[in-house]
Design a binder for this molecule. Structure first.
Ligand SMILES: [Zn+2]
Length: 96
């Protein structure tokens, strides 16, 4: 295609990199598998860099988020099918 719109992957990269560069907060909440309670926090509080990971599923995009030490802090899997909610994995060795 000659007049391709920016890809989903590119838009997502720009969105996340923008949050990292400007240290913008993204408030999220999740159900904790350990205490069965609900937690909330700024996903980007500790994130300093990102990288796109090649998802096994071609209908999804995976993003790895790293902290200041380069350790994997969280990973997001976002389906290109908008009816599916993004999946978030947080390295439980890290603290938000
Ligand atoms: Zn908990």
């Amino acid at each position: 295609m000659s007049t391709a719109a920016p890809s989903f992957k590119k838009l997502l990269t720009e969105y996340i990199q923008g949050h990292i560069d400007e240290q913008k907060a993204l408030q999220i909440s999740w159900n904790c598998p350990y205490c069965h309670g609900s937690h909330a926090g700024n996903l980007f509080k500790k994130v300093r860099s990102m990288e796109m990971a090649s998802a096994a599923d071609s209908h999804a995009v995976e993003v790895n988020l790293m902290d200041e030490t380069g350790q994997l802090f969280a990973a997001i899997k976002i389906s290109k099918n908008k009816t599916r909610l993004p999946m978030l994995w947080i390295n439980t060795g890290s603290r938000m």
